[in-house]
Ligand binder design. Structure first.
Ligand code: PEP
Ligand code: MN
Length: 342
């Protein structure tokens, strides 16, 4: 098995001593390939601690010489890139708020062009894979090396237990479109609380991620930012040990039961496609009938009854009601589009 790659370090660099404690605890762990530390912090509301700035880069530079470790940090402005270059920080990332903003990405492309810096790109705040792809493409078109995409979850109106919803289908789609690009998961910003970090990290490993970016602080409760979600170095090392035991990947070829089940799944998927095709054929016939009888395409009462009926049936078939609701909303939406002559 390939070794797990982990980038770990505090949400924010706070003091040289704090950084030293993290680095000295992690410097000899082969899985830890880089130390992260936020130097400029994007705060949602004004008035909070917004990062140490240049002095933190000096500490990082000194500690990297002393311990032989690589550091990385977030950049959001031209000045940040220039300062990183001054202190030999070769690896940086674009934060979620920056990826979502094409103007900022363009500005950073201009600042990074011609340098040897490697850039990681976090997903945008909202679950839009095109924005994520767009930021990566802007960088690569400027001949800037994109070393990884980082999945940190999505900010939703009604988060269900996580700080940022994982919506795994989005990074899976990014991976489908850019299979060569390493994909890291940031379980800290997804989980939002330390006791959930490990289960999110496990999920990521089962979904083919290449590694993790984890927030680690020598004394999480005293952290100036993201105090709830940071692990101690000891907790991180325990998690790495557990993950290395559990993630034994052997995905080279599908034989035996996997191949047999895949054949059956292919058969069922083909049946589903045939059924959907039949259903849309009926919608087209319905369009004719409604037109001739001057009925409107959308019939709220019928739609309400249909949805209620399908969700009730889902229950008796041990299917998740919300999942079936989403599927029928899609089917009904397509049926309406077809009947409107789309
Ligand atoms: C961070 O990594 O500390 C951070 C601010 O992340 P994000 O851009 O994912 O919110
Ligand atoms: Mn953070």
């Amino acid at each position: 098995m390939e070794t797990l790659k982990v980038i770990a370090g505090p949400c924010s660099a706070e003091s040289k001593e704090q950084l030293r404690q993290v680095v000295s605890a992690l410097a000899n762990t082969p899985q830890v390939s880089m130390i992260r530390a936020g130097v400029w912090k994007p705060r949602t509301r004004p008035g909070g601690f917004d990062g140490i700035g240049e002095p933190a880069l000096r500490w990082m530079h000194e500690l990297s010489e002393e311990y032989g470790v690589r550091f990385c940090c977030e950049v959001a402005r031209t000045e940040h890139v220039e300062l990183c270059q001054r202190y030999d920080i070769e690896d940086v990332w674009l934060g979620a708020r920056t990826t979502a903003n094409p103007f900022m990405v363009e500005e950073l492309c201009a600042a990074l062009r011609g340098s040897t810096m490697r850039v990681m790109v976090k997903n945008p705040l909202n679950p839009d894979v095109r924005l994520w792809l767009g930021a990566i493409e802007r960088l690569t078109q400027s001949n800037i090396e994109v070393s990884a995409a980082i999945h940190r979850g999505f900010s939703m109106y009604d988060n269900r237990g996580y700080r940022n919803e994982p919506l795994w289908e989005v990074p899976i789609e990014l991976h489908r479109r850019m299979p060569e690009l390493p994909l890291l998961c940031d379980p800290s910003h997804i989980a939002g609380q330390a006791d959930l970090v490990s289960s999110v990290a496990h999920a990521a490993m089962m979904l083919y991620f290449d590694g993790l970016m984890v927030e680690v602080h020598p004394s999480p409760a005293d952290a100036l930012t993201d105090a709830h979600q940071q692990l101690t170095p000891g907790q991180l090392l325990a998690m790495i040990k557990e993950l290395s035991h559990k993630v034994e990947r052997n995905d080279t070829d599908a034989t035996g039961n996997v191949a047999m089940l895949r054949e059956k799944i292919d058969e069922v998927d083909n049946e589903l496609l045939q059924l959907l095709s039949r259903r849309m054929g009926l919608s087209r016939q319905m369009a004719e009938v409604k037109r001739s009888q001057q009925m409107s395409v959308y019939q709220p009462k019928r739609w309400d009854e249909l949805l209620y009926d399908r969700m009730a049936k889902a229950d008796t078939l041990a299917l998740d009601k919300e999942f079936i609701k989403e599927i029928f909303e899609k089917i009904h939406g397509e049926s309406v589009r077809v009947q409107m002559g789309g």
